[in-house]
Design a binder for this molecule. Structure first.
Ligand SMILES: N[C@@H](CCC[C@H](N)C(=O)O)C(=O)O
Length: 280
């Protein structure tokens, strides 16, 4: 069935961009091929993730469906959570909304100015939760690929391997990222972060996203990197600012329940209609 005529929003969080479709009243016939065609930056609309707002399944105001540019369904996306959070907050004129995802429940709230805060739920730190292929200490994983070694693994609903390096900007992520993403240690593949602590106390992070490649920002990656830096004792306290290619995210790892709160922008770029195209 064609999805021609479907309205979409193009949104982004710090340049990590999304096609967002409200599928609450009209279910979409999505195949991996169709998502790949839409996500293609040459022949499609172009996006890092394809996001659907679907009817709630239990507990939230809506379910957020997430697919990477490669067409695979994924559990979590921090930047999309802020974008969909913004839409639902505006629609409901509410101060907070609960959004269901495969990775767990996310709560979005208005923060200062135009910013949106999302409670991404707890950081998951056991090897089974990442998941890893076998029992391992997630604080120091025995893995070395090129200049990247000794990562810390964190799940924010989706898997992250965080590598601390001297200079994140000097890492050739296009070469090493895919090798780590597909490493046998990660049965569900993994997102890959290269991180260093800047002189001003902020974390500098670059990302290779599972199912996408290098992106300008990754919200769950920023959460995972902050948690990893706190676990390693690189940062004192439980708050961090993470500097990505597309801007900065504020992260709090709450002591009382282990939830990770992330604050940042949620930008509406334009709206459109899916007309003629390879996806139709
Ligand atoms: N860009 C996202 C993460 C999207 C999913 C990720 N590529 C995965 O496969 O887990 C974010 O902002 O968190």
């Amino acid at each position: 069935m064609s999805i021609r005529g479907t309205h979409f929003l193009k949104m982004h969080g710090l340049g990590n961009d999304f096609i967002v479709i409200d599928a609450r009243t009209r279910p979409l016939d999505l195949t991996p091929e169709r998502v790949r065609a839409l996500a293609d930056r040459h022949s499609g609309v172009g996006c890092d993730q394809f996001v659907t707002i679907e009817p709630a399944r239990g507990g939230g105001v809506a379910f957020m469906g997430l697919r990477n540019a490669d067409g695979e369904i994924v559990e979590s996306c921090g930047n999309a959570s802020r974008c969909v959070g913004r839409l639902l907050l505006e629609e409901r004129e509410a101060e907070s909304v609960l959004i269901e995802t495969l990775g767990g429940m996310v709560e979005a709230r208005r923060a200062s100015g135009e910013l949106i805060e999302v409670d991404m739920g707890p950081a998951r730190l056991t090897w089974q939760e990442i998941p890893l292929a076998g029992a391992a200490d997630t604080l120091h994983i025995e893995l070395s690929v090129g200049p990247l070694s000794d990562p810390c693994a964190v799940s924010m609903g989706n898997p992250h391997a965080v590598f601390f390096v001297d200079d994140a900007d000097a890492i050739d992520l296009a070469t090493w990222g895919p090798l780590i993403e597909h490493h046998g240690l990660f049965p569900n593949r993994t997102n890959v972060e290269a991180v260093h602590l800047r002189a001003d106390g902020r974390l500098r992070m670059r990302v290779w996203e599972r199912g996408v490649g290098i992106t300008r920002a990754c919200g769950t990656g920023a959460c995972a990197s902050a948690v990893a830096a706190m676990r390693r004792g690189l940062i004192a306290g439980r708050t961090a600012e993470v500097v990505l290619d597309g801007g900065t995210l504020g992260i709090v790892w709450r002591e009382s329940d282990g939830h990770v709160l992330m604050t940042g922008s949620a930008t509406l770029a334009y709206s459109g209609v899916l007309d003629e195209g390879a996806w139709a």
